[in-house]
Design a binder for this molecule. Structure first.
Ligand code: IMP
Length: 207
């Protein structure tokens, strides 16, 4: 089945190709001559993934899917969430995003420690976080279907590892002592938010 994936990110394309496996011919917007940035102006992951998939379906008439992911950090009240890609600015720079996240968390941890010292709170600071993905699949008739995946974990104090992309060097999934960037693609795909959502989508399409 020929299916358009709304991304230009080589890391995501590799991941999706491995997860979907045989029976799917993944096509990118760029390979169909669609070079412009796909609009992404929603307030939720679901709205953004629907917007991207609909945009491509209207342009190509082919089955399409789009994902939108966010990182939710408990001590930051669920931020950066839908702002994850542009946390440190519109350039979507992974290093700047990680630097901002680590320094915001350090600031909040200091505030929490101060509140405990002053007897204002007994709450322990936590580094718990999760990646969440919403995938929208639009079939050949133009009907949308939604799939979600979550990966629980915590934010490390410093970067480790060279693999993966985005926030992978500072995200340690639950049950592992290494960051996503150290675990390697096969392990990460088997537990990742996007892996779960894409496997659910693949199951649905095969049925
Ligand atoms: P997107 O919506 O999938 O483009 O992702 C939004 C933001 O989350 C971007 O900054 C990505 O780099 C980051 N992100 C999404 N998935 C992952 C992942 O699996 N590992 C690390 N960062 C991710």
């Amino acid at each position: 089945m020929k299916i358009v994936f709304a991304t230009g990110n080589p890391g995501k394309i590799r991941e999706a190709a491995e997860i979907l496996g045989e029976g799917f011919e993944l096509v990118t917007p760029a390979s169909l001559g669609i070079k412009e940035d796909i609009p992404e102006t929603g307030n939720t992951l679901r709205a953004n993934s629907l917007q991207k998939a609909e945009y491509l379906y209207k342009k190509t008439g082919l089955p399409c899917f789009a994902d939108d992911s966010g990182l939710e950090v408990d001590i930051l009240g669920g931020a950066p969430g839908v702002e994850t890609a542009r946390y440190a600015g519109p350039e979507r720079n992974a290093d700047a995003n990680m630097d901002k996240l680590l320094s915001e968390m350090a600031r909040r941890e200091k505030e929490a420690a101060m509140a405990r010292t002053n007897g204002l709170s007994t709450a322990k600071a936590t580094r718990q976080a999760r990646f969440r993905t919403c995938v929208t699949f639009i079939n050949e008739k133009g009907e949308p279907h939604f799939f979600e995946g979550v990966m629980e974990g915590h934010i490390a104090n410093a970067r480790a590892g060279k693999g993966g992309f985005g926030y992978d060097p500072i995200f340690v999934p639950d049950g592992y002592a290494k960051t996503n960037a150290q675990l390697g693609e096969a392990v990460k795909n088997s537990i990742s938010h996007r892996g779960k959502a894409l496997r659910a989508m693949a199951e649905y399409i095969k049925q």
